[in-house]
Design a protein around this ligand. Structure first.
Ligand SMILES: *Cc1c(COP(=O)(O)O)cnc(C)c1O
Ligand SMILES: [Zn+2]
Length: 429
């Protein structure tokens, strides 16, 4: 595989933008999702013609399953399909990915689903799926010679950026809403001396970041001005699920929706695998999960409309609390076209689902995973998801980061004196 990549890269003319040959592997340009206009690879994210979002366009070589399987047990096994150089493993990075795909017998039995899998991304280096996207953004920031690695974040992204920047030796500045969960603040501040808490919600923080990105030279905001590169990292979730199923696509997949980027990229990954002949073409349904307190995409889905009306988030699922989701309209398209749905659940249902997953599968998820598992349950109960079909649910983050969500609903069953009599009095034995 690397030989093919190197050969392809060497045939790419060096641009005059200071970007080294092969810096972005098999990526060839940025292409507008709305109008198809193409621009040279660079730190751009909006179409100069119509302001639509830019996406990476590739010229993929032939890639085989064997070449991928011979790669490292992290996302770089798919480097030929990402906007990264062939020598990406040489640069210090967090090496995320290749997380477990677990057969969820107990949860499946509980929900009445015959064939259920949990893709457990809580075991990534900073305990969320964000390490995947940040690894790709870091590679782009390096190639652009950025001096600051930054992001606006609902929490997990801040953790991932701060850690990756520390490992790479690049200055980091991360912006979060000031009401963020304490564990997520500490999990950023431990890696960086420049955690900035902003009095406002994520959408306010995001606006501020865009402004700073416009004013300051050499700042790579991972999900703003290098967003096209960043977003590609989510494809690796889709590649891994297919590979771990034995190079097959599942029938149904349930994915949490914040900005909607992850959901659109998992779908893109499945489509690429089909086009590359790495999996057999088959229909599959994509479902989006939101918390009712921030459910602009679910509301639009249920209302049968195409436009997304921004909301002010009010939910314990803070990592999903984006009131104005950038990729929301594409999520709607994908869920409708594939025959899936978008659904939302209350905060109490989120808490219950966190405990359900923990007690059935031994996986402690954060509120985002509670949202996804709870939505899965609701989809089955409401007849929107066929429980006889093979189903994958993605757990995107770790419960230790949102302890407060369940601290009030779980705890010691009894507090006793250290005597056998006291223990038998509890009735546990
Ligand atoms: C960021 C995040 C998501 C969703 O991200 P998108 O913006 O929709 O790509 C899901 N789960 C967790 C835990 C997250 O941190
Ligand atoms: Zn355009």
């Amino acid at each position: 595989m690397s030989a093919v990549v190197a050969e392809q890269a060497s045939t790419t003319p060096t641009s005059d933008t200071g970007i080294r040959e092969g810096a972005f592997g098999n990526a060839r340009a940025l292409s507008c999702r709305e109008c198809g206009h193409r621009v040279d690879l660079g730190p751009h994210y909006a179409c100069p013609e119509c302001f639509g979002p830019l996406e990476i366009a590739y010229d993929f070589p032939a890639v085989t399953r064997e070449e991928i399987e011979a790669g490292p047990r992290n996302i770089w096994r798919y480097k030929a399909l990402l906007p990264v150089p062939a020598d990406i493993e040489q640069s210090p990075n967090m090496e995320p990915g290749f997380t477990r795909l677990l057969k969820a017998h107990n949860l499946g039995r509980e929900l009445g689903i015959d064939n259920l899998w949990v893709k457990d991304d809580s075991t990534n280096p900073t305990n969320s799926f964000k390490d995947r996207v940040v690894a790709c953004a870091l590679s782009a920031a390096r190639e652009f010679h950025s001096k600051v690695f930054a992001c606006p974040s609902t929490g997990n992204l801040a953790n991932a950026v701060a850690a990756a920047g520390a490992r790479a030796g690049i200055k980091t500045v991360v912006f979060i809403p000031s009401n963020l969960e304490q564990p997520k603040q500490v999990n950023s501040a431990v890696y960086t001396d420049s955690l900035v808490a902003v009095n406002g919600n994520y959408d306010d923080v995001n606006k501020l970041a865009s402004e700073i990105a416009g004013e300051e030279d050499g700042w790579a905001f991972v999900n703003v001005n290098v967003r096209p590169y960043y977003a590609e990292g989510s494809k690796t979730l889709g590649y891994e699920i297919a590979e771990q199923l034995g190079w097959r696509l599942p029938d149904q997949i349930v994915i949490p929706v914040a900005s909607g980027s992850q959901l659109t990229k998992v779908h893109k990954a499945f489509q690429e695998l089909i086009k590359l002949g790495l999996v057999e073409e088959k229909p599959y349904k994509v479902y989006g999960a939101q918390a009712t307190g921030c459910s602009p995409v679910s509301v639009a889905y249920k209302g049968g409309v195409d436009a997304i009306r921004p909301v002010k988030p009010d939910t314990i699922a803070k990592s999903l609390a984006i009131g104005n989701p950038a990729d929301g309209i594409y999520v709607l398209d994908i869920c409708r076209e594939t025959g899936g749905a978008v659904e939302d659940i209350s905060d109490d249902e989120v808490r219950e689902a966190i405990v359900l997953l923990a007690r059935t599968e031994g996986i402690f998820t954060e509120t985002a995973g509670g949202t996804t598992v709870g939505v899965l349950k609701k989809l089955v109960e409401s007849g929107q998801l066929d429980p006889s079909l093979e189903t994958v649910v993605i757990n995107t983050g770790h419960g230790l980061k949102t302890l407060d969500a369940v601290a009030g609903s779980v705890g010691p069953r009894a507090t006793i004196d250290p005597s056998y009599a006291a223990f038998t009095a509890t009735g546990i034995a």
